[in-house]
Design a protein around this ligand. Structure first.
Ligand code: TMP
Length: 214
């Protein structure tokens, strides 16, 4: 039986949107509110899942099928959900996760063009009864994002064409428009304003939750 007591917060967005810094802001806000949480990421979060992440992002002397990426992401996710996310939530801790299944829809579904219904089958299979309670989507034009990471060393995904990242963005926007758990934050604003917006969203969510349980 799964009696979830903690809340599950995810952050999403393309590379270059400042996701890591904003995960820091979410964690700082929870610290300020004395909420105990586990910070984690996908793909990854367990030793085996981190190795799967390395495989997924590495460059290979062969073309990597989008479906292979999808299976790696969900294999890592299963380890992560079972070994880290679910135990934390059941014990009453919150979970702050840098990416989750929305990334599989955005990157492999919209970006690679895989069938969304097939992704939904894997989602149901791997964590049908577990969904994020709040998803902060950091939205930014991929052309602007690319300029921000121009001097950074790029992994296999980050070397994709600009058209790929436009599709990924369309995917995120479509999902954000369809599900009330999403809050879209304009990541083109100066970083301090983005952090302020993220912090406000988390505070609002915590306030709503505390009201709901009091
Ligand atoms: P990052 O989160 O550190 O930017 O890197 C993770 C990369 O993995 C990023 O390019 C998005 C990609 N990814 C997928 O393609 N599918 C997934 O399901 C997940 C979680 C990530």
């Amino acid at each position: 039986m799964n009696i979830q007591q903690g809340k599950f917060i995810t952050l999403e967005g393309s590379e270059g949107v400042g996701k890591t810094t904003n995960v820091d802001s979410v964690c700082q806000t929870l610290d300020d509110l004395s909420i105990s949480y586990v910070r984690t990421r996908e793909p990854g979060g367990t030793p085996m899942a981190e190795t799967l992440r390395e495989n997924m992002l590495a460059e290979w002397d062969e073309s990597v099928n989008g479906l292979t990426e999808l299976f790696i992401a969900f294999a890592a996710r299963l380890q992560h959900v079972q070994g880290v996310i679910r135990p934390a939530l059941v014990s009453g801790k919150w979970v702050v996760c840098d990416r989750f299944t929305d990334a599989s829809y955005a990157y492999q579904g919209y970006g690679r063009g895989l069938d969304l219904e097939k992704i939904a089958v894997l989602e149901e299979w791997v964590h049908g009864d577990l969904q994020p309670d709040l998803t902060l989507y950091l939205d930014l034009d991929p052309e602007v994002a690319a300029l921000r990471i121009a001097n950074r060393e790029r992994d296999r995904m980050e070397q994709e064409q600009m058209s790929f990242f436009h599709k990924v963005r369309q995917g995120y926007l479509a999902r954000a428009a369809a599900d009330a758990r999403f809050r879209t934050v304009d990541a083109s604003l100066p970083l301090v304003d983005v952090q302020r917006a993220v912090c406000l969203q988390v505070k609002e969510f915590v306030g709503f939750h505390r009201q709901g349980v009091s």
